[in-house]
Design a protein around this ligand. Structure first.
Ligand SMILES: [Zn+2]
Length: 263
């Protein structure tokens, strides 16, 4: 059984600043524990869920915007038992680990040296987290080194687009995944550069055809019931089960997929 926990479902500057939705990223448990995109509050929400951050095996960071990287250093401290044991995998975009065009590295050299392994990834790269394969996927965003992830769990592939626009290369990279987690920041009628709208998500899901599509990373215009309506629209047009994530939501992947919300 594989479990996905949404420690936050907000994204973009104002959703993050106001914490209209939490921004703790995504936690995946499959015999090992992975934290994907630990934005502000990741550590707090992990602890509030009763999860032990010192048991993390990997921290993955898709790009150098704070709604995705903010708590990465403190999670590396947790993963390395306060910096006393060199363990775990830290992987992310080139901007996150090496810095690029004014983006400092989002994780200091001090913290990078604490991790067991550090990987700056470009699309197509593969790494192994205690024998579980993770593939970096392309993304087209204002941070030009942004990547998404395909996580090959024992219950099938979980795909995470990160922030991107709709592009053939992105859709192709995520086709064939069992669960497709998409950063859908805006509703149909309100596009913003560098992000997906729910209209883009419809076209994406229509081609990628996952078993389950999940919207997350909601901006201010996409909360208060709008995401629910538009996810339903995607589901009706594509025939693919499509769910808007809510803070704290858990997805259990076994032979079938169960979803639990706590609101
Ligand atoms: Zn971004």
């Amino acid at each position: 059984m594989t479990r996905i926990i949404f420690l936050g479902t907000g994204g973009g500057r104002f959703s993050t600043i106001t914490q209209k939705r939490a921004t703790g990223g995504i936690f995946i448990e499959d015999g090992k524990s992975i934290h994907v995109d630990p934005g502000p509050g990741a550590l707090v929400h992990l602890c509030n869920k009763g999860l032990d951050p010192s048991r993390l095996d990997a921290v993955l960071v898709s790009h150098c915007h704070p709604d995705h990287y903010n708590d990465a250093e403190i999670l590396v401290e947790a993963m390395t038992w306060g910096g006393t044991k060199k363990r775990g995998v830290l992987a992310g975009s080139v901007s996150v680990l090496e810095g690029l065009n004014g983006y400092s590295p989002a994780v200091s050299k001090y913290h990078q040296e604490k991790a067991g392994e550090v990987h700056a990834l470009v699309p197509g790269d593969n790494i192994s987290i205690r024998s579980m394969k993770v593939t970096a996927t392309p993304a087209i965003h204002s941070d030009p080194t942004t990547i998404g992830f395909k996580i090959h769990t024992s219950s099938g592939v979980i795909s995470y687009t990160s922030d991107t626009i709709l592009d053939e290369s992105v859709v192709e990279a995520h086709t064939g995944s069992r669960v497709l987690i998409m950063s859908v920041t805006r509703p149909l009628d309100s596009p913003i550069p560098g992000h997906l709208t729910s209209g883009d998500a419809l076209d994406f899901v229509n081609v990628a055809k996952p078993e389950l599509a999940i919207f997350t990373h909601f901006g201010m215009k996409f909360v208060d019931g709008v995401a629910e309506k538009e996810a339903l629209l995607v589901e009706r047009h594509t025939g693919v089960r499509t769910v808007p994530a809510v803070d704290g939501m858990e997805v259990f992947l076994g032979r079938k997929i169960d979803i639990k919300t706590f609101q």
